[in-house]
Write a protein that binds this ligand. Sequence first.
Ligand SMILES: *Cc1c(COP(=O)(O)O)cnc(C)c1O
Length: 389
Amino acid sequence: MIDIDRVRAETPSCADVLHFNNAGSSLMPLPVFEAVSNALKLEYSVGGYEAERLLGDELRVFYDEFAGLLNAEPEEIAFVENATRAWDMAFYGLPLKAGDRVVTHASEYASNYLALLQQAKRRGIVIDLVPSDAHGQIDLTALEAAIRPETKLIALTHVPTQGGLVNPAVEVGSIARRHDITYLLDACQSVGQIDVDVKAIGCDILSGTGRKFLRGPRGTGFLYVRKAIAETIEPPFIDLLSATWTQPQRYELAGGARRFENFESYVAGRVGLAAAVRYARGIGLPAIEQRVSDLAATLRTQLGTIDGVSVHDLGQVKCGIVTFQKTPLQAKEIAEQLRSQKINVSVSILPYAQLDLGQRGLTALVRASVHYFNTDDEIERFVAAVRVM
Ligand SMILES: *Cc1c(COP(=O)(O)O)cnc(C)c1O
């Protein structure tokens, strides 16, 4: 059981805003805010490099916290400025050549799909889109059937940005293992709201961000790369941290996930993200997962009782993201009206999900995303606000 009074007291802004935009950027809990601001204050008073030295332990613990969160090794974790660049650092470094095939699904994140399109244009890789099953998740039978000798990568988004769907990441992992294909999982919307275990899933690479369900600061992200795979990836960019210039004409890449990092990074952000992971683990991911999915299920049911409202989440398993429309209103108008009442949501639009929203004939959806610190009372207020629009 989560102590809701306590987590709300540690998120003082809960009292001012009704925050259902946790898939966009959540509210930082006080210990995270304090970790970031203390690190910034230290930089302000003693200098950036000197602060980094003093913060040594808090910076190192970042890797241990993520290793604990994801069931990985500290050396398999990199700090990256956001989830997109984390994903890119691995993807663009994979040795894919003309004719190699990448299997993916309509739920893939827009920026990832853009990268696939770019590499199709530049390198001649081929994208195989696996259809959805009746629930709207990646069809496992079709996935297995799509695999050919040229298939070198399965790229999957665990939870898409534009809906409550949770893809069957574990089942995809066993297919990837059976065929010995690299498995790249975008877990940007799942880490922090779902108990994600890289060994149980069987992914080789996993990317995520700090500001969403992990409740970390903006401008932070992370990458997990399985040890044996990291050694086979030559990152698209290297610098004097990710590589060592050993002789005038030679260099050596850093071992493990360090090769995906930048020399210069948001030090206060890394301290803050470590604090965010510690905070989430302190509450417990299984308890978080249960509460988030319960709150979202209630929200879906309640919204469904309103005239003109349609709820659009796909998936056999659904998470904390709830998407809906209310005719004849535009999604943008709904979000604006809510904002004027200090209710935060976001809007998912077609260019963010051409394949998924396009296939469903949708151009925009309101996205309300709940977290464990939200309450049934807030759901009631939210639903009442949508009802009277
Ligand atoms: C938000 C999001 C991303 C990108 O995260 P950034 O930190 O903004 O780069 C990637 N994948 C999914 C599924 C997302 O929702």
